[in-house]
Design a binder for this molecule. Structure first.
Ligand code: TRP
Length: 338
């Protein structure tokens, strides 16, 4: 039997090339190897102060973006359409150590962030976020969870919850999920290659996967190399982070022959950065064009797309219901038959 893969993503804003090459492309590829389920976690998106008028819109937008970039509809679900996640989350609250949850660094970072805003509001949901995340994973009895290293602590918590549950009920019910760390390209901001490409740093620090051709070209044209920025720093090879990032983007786009030629020129000291930028911009525009076409198609059939994802969520929900029925039975709760 195929191993089970589960991962989730929060519905916040645009998808940029850092998200795509760093995570989504890996998800797409894993679909050939494993039984994959990918969730858009709108319950998680409520843990920080948010705009209720925009949440549902962002959720559907992300669904369309994921479909446009190659996630199969049958593997995609919306968390709030599988409310069992929340019920299992409550049960898990009673198997999660308060001390351990208190030590989560993402909570510390995000609550500090929240505290810095004018609202200065920290919800209990933000604190409880990793317990709901454990439910997301364990409800599908996932073997592997493809996430970044920043989520290791959350995965550790999920395993501890699973273990404590198994011990308490005297059954080896949950498999202990493992992170799946795949080597993915580390894409930096083209405006400041010392930082990751990310949305939170501001507009010039990320390139939207669905951006206009002109905008992509302009952003790459103004990318920091080393001639015009000393903050960019230099790696061990002597190559600046900005130049290395452009090479990384070229490779991520699958342009290996061009990569090889340009790298040889770099080594020989004859590379003109305009040529490298030209190649990178062209490669990104090509990738983007395919996605934009797919997105336009999906947007033209929005109603069908929504119905399709509601149906796949209902299908995926069946496995979640099965788990919850088992868990309630084992935990001594009164069960209903589905
Ligand atoms: N916490 C994850 C992040 O910030 C998102 C997430 C929520 C998740 N539930 C999950 C990831 C379950 C993997 C599995 O990126």
């Amino acid at each position: 039997m195929k191993k089970q893969v589960l991962s989730c993503i929060q519905p916040t804003g645009d998808m940029h090339f850092g998200n795509y090459f760093g995570a989504v492309k890996n998800w797409v590829d894993l679909q050939d190897l494993y039984e994959c389920r990918y969730g858009v976690v709108d319950y998680h998106a409520m843990t920080m102060p948010y705009n209720p008028k925009k949440l549902r819109e962002n959720t559907w937008e992300l669904i369309i973006n994921l479909l446009a970039t190659g996630i199969l509809p049958e593997n995609l679900f919306i968390q709030s359409l599988v409310p069992e996640h929340v019920e299992l989350g409550w049960i898990f609250n009673c198997f999660a150590s308060f001390g351990q949850v208190s030590r989560m660094t993402q909570f510390k970072d995000k609550s500090a962030q929240s505290e810095a805003t004018s609202e200065s509001f920290i919800s209990v949901g933000l604190f409880d976020y990793p317990v709901l995340m454990a439910a997301d994973i364990l409800i599908y009895r996932a073997d592997f969870v493809p996430v970044g290293k920043d989520q290791d602590q959350h995965l550790e918590l999920a395993r501890n919850i699973a273990q404590r549950f198994n011990n308490q009920v005297g059954a080896a019910y949950f498999v202990l999920p493992e992170t799946l760390h795949t080597e993915t390209p580390n894409i930096r901001s083209t405006a400041d290659p010392s930082r990751k490409m990310s949305k939170s740093a501001g507009e010039k620090h990320y390139i939207n996967v669905f951006a206009d051709e002109a905008r992509i070209r302009k952003q790459i044209k103004s990318a920091v190399t080393d001639a015009n920025n000393t903050r960019a720093g230099r790696g061990s090879s002597g190559m600046s982070e900005g130049v290395a990032n452009l090479f990384e983007l070229l490779k991520a786009c699958g342009k290996l022959p061009a990569h090889k030629t340009l790298m040889a020129a770099y080594t020989a000291g004859t590379l003109k950065y305009v040529d490298l930028k030209e190649a990178v911009a062209g490669a990104l525009v090509e990738v983007s064009a395919v996605f934009k076409e797919k997105k336009a198609e999906l947007n033209a059939n929005k109603k069908e797309v929504k119905d399709r994802i509601k149906a796949s969520s209902a299908e995926i929900r069946k496995r979640a219901q099965e788990t919850l029925r088992d868990v309630k039975e084992l935990a001594g709760l009164v069960n209903v038959r589905f």
